[in-house]
Design a protein around this ligand. Structure first.
Ligand code: DC
Length: 222
């Protein structure tokens, strides 16, 4: 039986930093499920569709192929129709597209088997919004990470500036607030902690401190 650790929470709470480091330390595979929704958002954007246009996005699902692969450094790569789109999906525009397509039930169903299959075949740390509640309800450890919107917007802003992108803090904060609202108010698989999730707030803490605390916690429970 493979072991699964689920990490859910809003954008910018530190999920990917924590999951990536913990996976390396524990020898697990890190699966970033947001990248899958982003790849579908990118496919819709390339066709000129609005992310919430179900009538256009649903038929598109049978025309595209989304896959996860891992490079030699065990980092996840997301492929859209065989093209490595891992870098292209990291823009604020694709963040909003991903959030919009993720509210479509057929999109979630389309990605469910892929995510479960990864977890059955490997020991995984999987991050997302509904991993502990829907995708892997039997995960051995479930963590729900959160932080204030301002703190999360600041982290995302620093990350994008570091990548050389021209962004404004206020725009990022507004995006964070809009995306939180959309992700936690959608009808299907809304962002919410599983009943048995361990709640962790990373506001005002540097991520290194949070990472160390969480890796200790995971080790003690495995
Ligand atoms: O984690 P992220 O910012 O890369 O996710 C992009 C969007 O995808 C996010 O706004 C909500 C959606 N998402 C989801 O609905 N379920 C997941 N398991 C992961 C992401």
């Amino acid at each position: 039986m493979a072991t699964a650790i689920a990490i859910d929470g809003p954008a910018g709470a530190g999920k990917s930093t924590i999951a990536r480091y913990a996976a390396k330390t524990l020898g697990f595979i890190y699966v970033d499920t947001g990248a899958l929704y982003r790849a579908i958002g990118l496919a819709a954007q390339r066709r000129g569709y609005a992310g919430d246009d179900q009538a256009a996005v649903v038929p598109m699902l049978s025309e595209i192929k989304v896959e996860l692969a891992f490079n030699e450094a065990h980092e996840q790569i997301v492929l859209l129709d065989g093209e490595d789109v891992s870098g292209l999906i990291r823009t604020p525009e694709i963040s909003m597209m991903a959030s919009a397509v993720s509210a479509i039930p057929e999109v979630r169903a389309y990605l469910l088997d892929l995510q479960r299959d990864m977890a059955h075949r490997n020991n995984v740390i999987m991050d997302g919004r509904d991993i502990g509640t829907v995708v892997l309800p039997d995960a051995q450890i479930k963590i729900f990470l959160s932080a204030s919107p301002e703190c999360r917007a600041r982290r995302r802003y620093d990350e994008l500036i570091e990548k050389g992108m021209d962004v404004k803090y206020e725009d990022i904060l507004n995006d964070v607030i809009a995306r939180d609202y959309a992700d936690s108010h959608r009808d299907i698989a809304p962002l919410k902690p599983a009943d048995d999730a361990i709640m962790v707030d990373t506001s005002g803490e540097d991520l290194e401190t949070s990472v160390n605390k969480l890796v200790d916690l995971m080790r003690s429970r495995l």
